[in-house]
Design a protein around this ligand. Sequence first.
Ligand SMILES: Nc1nc2c(ncn2[C@@H]2O[C@H](COP(=O)(O)OP(=O)(O)OP(=O)(O)O)[C@@H](O)[C@H]2O)c(=O)[nH]1
Ligand SMILES: [Mg+2]
Length: 320
Amino acid sequence: MFIDYTVVELLAGSGGNGSVHFRREKFVPKGGPDGGDGGRGGHIILRADSNLHTLQDIRYQKKYKAENGGSGGGSRKTGKNGADVYISVPMGTIIKKEGSNDIVADLVENKQSVIVCNGGRGGKGNLRFKSSTNQTPRKAQAGKVGESGKFEIELKILADVGLVGLPNAGKSTLLSKLSSARPKIANYPFTTLEPNLGIVKYGEYDSFVMADIPGLIEGASMGKGLGHKFLRHIERNKILMFLIESQDDNPMETFKTLNEELLNFNPDLALKKKFICRTKEDTNFELSKEWSMFEEEVVVISSVTGYGLAELVSKISNLL
Ligand SMILES: Nc1nc2c(ncn2[C@@H]2O[C@H](COP(=O)(O)OP(=O)(O)OP(=O)(O)O)[C@@H](O)[C@H]2O)c(=O)[nH]1
Ligand SMILES: [Mg+2]
C-alpha cells in the first residue's frame, strides 16, 4: 500500500538526575562531593532511507518514546545516555508540527537525518556545585524533560518528471516501456491507484526518475476522482509532461482541463517546465511530429511501436 501521510506522537527521553554524593573512604575522613551528572535522554531522529518508497512501515505505530537518561552516581559517575530512536522514512519526507505549516525537516537525500525531538539534558551532580564558599553542596540538578509533540509526516515524491494525464492516457504503459517499473496497465480509467516511480536509464551512466500519477479528471483539485489525493506528488517534480491521446478530438481542451486542475491545487505549478506528449501514435497516423496547436512543445510517441521514445528521453534529459 502506498501511504503518504501519517501523524505520530514523539517523546524524547528525559535527562537523568544529577547525584548528591560525598566521597567516603576509610582513610579520607572528609571526602568532598563526588556526585556525577545525569545522562542525556534519547533523541527521536528521522532518517531517510532510499530503499523505502512509502510510509507504509510506520503507519501503525502512532507513538515513539526514547529512553530516559540514567541518573548520575557517586565517584563522579555520569549516568548513561538514553538510547536514541531512529525512524526510517523514504526520501522526500517532510515533517511538520501537527496543525502548523512550519516544516521541521525535509529529508531529500539518502541517509540524511534530523533530530525531531531532543532528549532532555542530564542534571548536574553536586560535584559541579562545589565552590570556595560551599565545599559540601547538597544540591544537584534534576534532568530536563525531553522534547515531545505530535507531528505530521508527509511524503512528497521527488521525481524529475511527472506524468500528468486523463485516465487511460497511457501513462503507466510509457513508464513500463522506459523503466523497469511494472505498474498495472489496463484499458479502463483509474487503473493506477497510487503513484509509481521508475528510473529511466539513458546514455551510459545517466538516469532520471519518472513518476506515474493516477489519472486526473476535471474537478480533481476539488476531490473528484482520485486526482487530488495525489497532486501533492507533482509539486516537487522538475518537469511536468502532459500525456494526451492521439485520438483525443479536443486536445486543447484536455490540456486546459489538466492544467487548471494543477493550478487550482497549487498556483506555483505554473512555474514548472512543461510539455505535451501525444500518446498512442499508432492509433492515429495523421499526427505528425511537427504538428502542434499548443504554445508548449509537443512530442508524439507510441509506447506500443516505440515511435518517438528515444526522442522523448533525449528531450527530457536536455530539459533536466
Ligand atoms: N494502441 C496503443 N495503446 C496504448 C498505448 N499506450 C497505452 N495503450 C493502452 O491504453 C490503455 C491505458 O493505458 P494505461 O497505461 O493503463 O493508461 P494510464 O494513463 O496509466 O491510465 P490510468 O492509470 O487509468 O490513469 C491500455 O489498454 C494500454 O494498453 C499506445 O502507444 N498504443
Ligand atoms: Mg495508469
